[in-house]
Every structure is written in structure tokens, then in C-alpha cells.
Design a protein around this ligand. Sequence first.
Ligand SMILES: [Zn+2]
Length: 384
Amino acid sequence: MTASIKLGRIAGVQIGVNWSVLIIFGLVTGALSFNYFPDLYPNRSLLTYVFAGLVLAGVFFAGLLAHEVSHAIVAQRNGIAVESITLWLLGGVAVLRGQPRTPGAQVRIAGIGPLVSLAIGLVFTTMCFGLAMIGQTGMIFGAFVWLAAINIALALFNLLPATPLDGGRLLCAGLWRMRGDRYWAAKFAARCGQGLGLLFVGLGLWQVLSHGRASSLWLAFVGWFVLIAAQSEERQASIGKALAGVRMDEVMSSNPETAPATMSIAEFVRTHMWNTRCRTFPLMLNNSPVGLVSLKKLRKISRERWEITQLREVSQPLAQFTLATPEEFVPDVLLRMGGRPDGRIFVVNDGQLVGIVSPADINKAVERAELRLRAGSAPFVSVK
Ligand SMILES: [Zn+2]
């Protein structure tokens, strides 16, 4: 999910909004301005209804943001860096760089979001009772009733025990603690997510076809999103399980072909392009890796600039990649990779580059490991 508009930072986390939020903002504002308020409080001006609808939709999105920010803050407190938070069509997404190390941390990070939504709902519920007691049941009362209901509904929906919803992560943490196998637990919760997604799709389509309720397409759409996200989470869990106990030096491409960071593109093409099958080259400065240059990127540089452009000027800096040591276990490294733009991992020993792991290397290792698991032999034997 990419952010179209960047709103700034909260607790050091980049907050963004995807353009698709406009659709849901419009739908919520429309439903409030043309149905909810006119039905409950007739004979007011259109301007009043639209103003109330816009304010309420704004408060609703602030509540969604508070939910996501709470996940981010608790994740940071549990040692997980948070890349960004993006609001989009179906709510918010907090992108974490890594995953919880214990079931307890998973419970804290997943549980705080629904708790925050519930708390917001209860604050508005209390304010409703307060207004009712002093006889104020005008439009502000109606607004608070809606905010209380929507936030409590949000908390309950998120607690459904199915990944990628928060409740799925809580279920996963519980099973993980019981069975001691995080990947089995993650797979189970992801299967529940696929079941829930299919149920929503089926229910939504059935309502559209049998009752002609076009609004139920929304349910089918949410179900489809849950289904796809849950499938991807199951795949991640399978990779984690297949490669459990496998070290980085067992899957890496050893001693990759490198190039000096200060070399010009022209020199690089003259010296490196004849006897290689590589398409990416780690760049070295004083024997340490400083980035990666790809042939794809170099092809975009015009021929006239080749002599005067150094490779490092057109490289991706090291900060964009994950670093690992040869002894680290692959699943641990994959867990802390989340959200990186490039899936490559630099394997470094005492500052020296010893290997590179690409997404293709991971796929090959998973295929070998899964076949070996099926054959019933030792889980993994390194092939070099
Ligand atoms: Zn959440």
C-alpha cells in the first residue's frame, strides 16, 4: 500500500494517506449527510447535514489513525522498528520491520489496536449518556451515538480470530504459546483468515444476487482482501517452517562479483560486462559494501554521462538492504526484513561481504527443503 499524500510523522513514524481513502471518506460522508442525519433530525438545511457528515467522517478517520498509531508505538516498545502507517480504502496499515519475538509481544502489539478503538467507543458512549441526562438529544447527541457505535464495531470486527485481522494475530499468539511452534500457529490463523474471507465473499455475493442489495458488494470486496492477505501470510509461514534451522551461509550465493564504488560506468562496462552472468553488483569502498548497482539502472543512464558518473551515484545505498551474518538463521532474518523495497540480503562477516541472498535464492532453498521434508529425510542439507 503506497501513500499518495504524506501527512507527517507521529512518534517518528511516517503517516500517509492513499488516494483510495477518498472513496471511503466520500461514502461515509454521503451516508451520514444524506441518510443518517436527515432521517433522525429532519427539516435542517442541506449545509448543516453535509457539514456534520464531513466533521464526523474526519473524527472517524482520526480514530482509525489512533488505532494504527497504537500498534506502532507498542511495536516500537517491543523492539520492532515501524516503517510507516498508511490509511487506505479498508482502514489502516502499519508496516513493521520485523515480527514479535515472543507470543507475549504479539499479544501486546495486536491487542492494543482493538483496545484503543473500544476505548474511543466507550468515551463517546459515556458522553451520550451525559448528554441524555441533561436532556440534550440534538444532532451532537446523534453524532456521538454514531461515533460510539462505529468505534465499538471496529474493535469487534478487528477481534475476529482470522489473520490479517488483529484477532487472527491474537489467535496465532495463543496457539504459538500452547504448541511452541510459531509457524504452525501463523499458518492456522492464516487458514482461518482464508475461511473468513471466503465466507464474506459468499455472503456478499449471495445478498447481491438474492436480495439485489448492491451495498453488499462491499462485504464481498472486504472478504476478497482478507482472502488474498491471508494466503500471502500462509505462504510466509510455510517459508518460515521450511527454512527453520537453516543458516544464511547455506542459502547465500558466496563471494559475489563486486565492483569498486568509485569506478565510472564506462570503466565498469569495459571491465565487467564480458565474462559475467550477474545482473546486480555489490559496490565496495575500502573493502566494505556500500550499496548495490543493477544493470537495469545503468541502462537508463545516457551514454554521454558514462565517463563522468561513478557507480555509487546510481546505486541503491546499503541502508535499503538487510544485513545478516553467515550464522544467523534464515527465518529470523526474513522476519526482520518486512517492508524493505528490495528483497536482497547482504551477508557480512566482520565488515567483509561474504555473500548475497536474493528472493530467488530463498525460493530455491524452500523448494529443496520442502522436497526433503516430504521425503522424510533430514530437514535440510546444504548444497554448494
Ligand atoms: Zn489493528
